[in-house]
Design a binder for this molecule. Sequence first.
Ligand code: NAP
Length: 414
Amino acid sequence: MIKFKKFSPPTEGEAITVKDGKLVVPDNPVIPFIIGDGIGPDITNATRMVVDAAVEKASSGKKKIAWYEVYAGELADEKFGELIPEDTVEAIKHYHVALKGPLTTPVGKGFRSLNVTLRIVLDLYACVRPIRYFQGAPSPVRHPEKVDMVIFRENTEDVYSGIEWQQGSKEAKQVIDFLNTTMGTSISDDSGIGIKNISIEGTKRLVRMALDYAVSHNRKSVTFVHKGNIMKFTEGAFRNWGYEVAREEYGDYTITEDELHEKYSGKQPDGKIVVKDRIADAMLQLVLTRPEEYDILAMPNLNGDYFSDAIVAQVGGLGLAPSSNMAKDTFVFEASHGTAPKYAGRNMVNPGSLILTAAMMLDTIGFKEADALITKGVAGAIEQKTVTYDLERLMEGATTVSTSGFGEKIIENM
Ligand code: NAP
């Protein structure tokens, strides 16, 4: 039995375990949660209320989440004098699945970002964001209902590794001198330098996760989104390694776009996922003009950052955007927005992002009926136009409800 030093798990509830690479989930799984800073308590409390109601209803009372509060951010600092206590990291590792509210990064405490720190410490190498439309949500495009995509964004490499040197620094000068004198480049002396690194392992583990998801959720295609025409040995290699994984490890489940046309006359055979790739700039048009042709997207870190926000905007923005950071057997589910401090404690903001994130968490642990109930509840609340202020101001004839009120509307509509 694992021992925690500062805060203990609930006495009821059992741990989720991993067997043969798969989660084994009891009926009453212990799920650690970080309440979060700013609006964290508002949205986390509403989310737990909705999750509990969905799990209870879907299982007729047989299943129940045993919530385990663990600490990070301002509350952890206040209670324990540290921003991320060891217990929190150990609890997430031990219980495998956690829910997290947004965290502020206090200035001058030696952390670049608590969120990034957690991702690094737990090696959460994929950021996964399902993006779909809810009828009635405000959208800037004519056919938002055609959007139903899941982005798998690589989370640890690329220009996001933070390997960079400021213009004028000794290090930047050293790197520039080395490259110009021994590698034949002609980089201007007054440049800042950043490194773009993309590895075989980093790419392949992400692509495996995307393909596993596509197989287990009967999705139609997986598209690698890259700028390999220009950045051949990083983004181009990402594309090539992606195809290698699809061919060598998922050959029974996948065909390429060429095979689709040459062998199957363009008609997708049942049970096969089409693997394709698109250049990122063209893809930014395609997600707007032909979104129905895209399904699962796998991409390097920077592309993933751009695409997540661009596609989410089509379906109503961040208030309805779930997100999770995952490793092979560690999953941290979190809202895609921040702590919105000016609304903290006002029971006002939209909990939709964290609620849909929690629905994704339920899908991941196999509580699929509860996931479906939450999705139905959110759809119902939006269709009835009973929404929080952020959606109300963009919708005609809508009624504003509070954070907890939106949660209650979702429960009513399950
Ligand atoms: P933010 O907290 O996402 O808020 C920016 C604006 O987005 C808010 O003022 C509000 O807009 C809208 N918004 C965000 N969440 C909303 C919700 N649930 N419902 C309705 N509207 C919502 O971004 P920020 O102000 O740049 O960042 C604040 C802090 O959050 C920073 O300390 C940052 O480091 C942190 N942060 C944490 C995470 C994370 O934990 N994963 C992610 C991003 C940022 P209106 O004012 O127009 O209504």
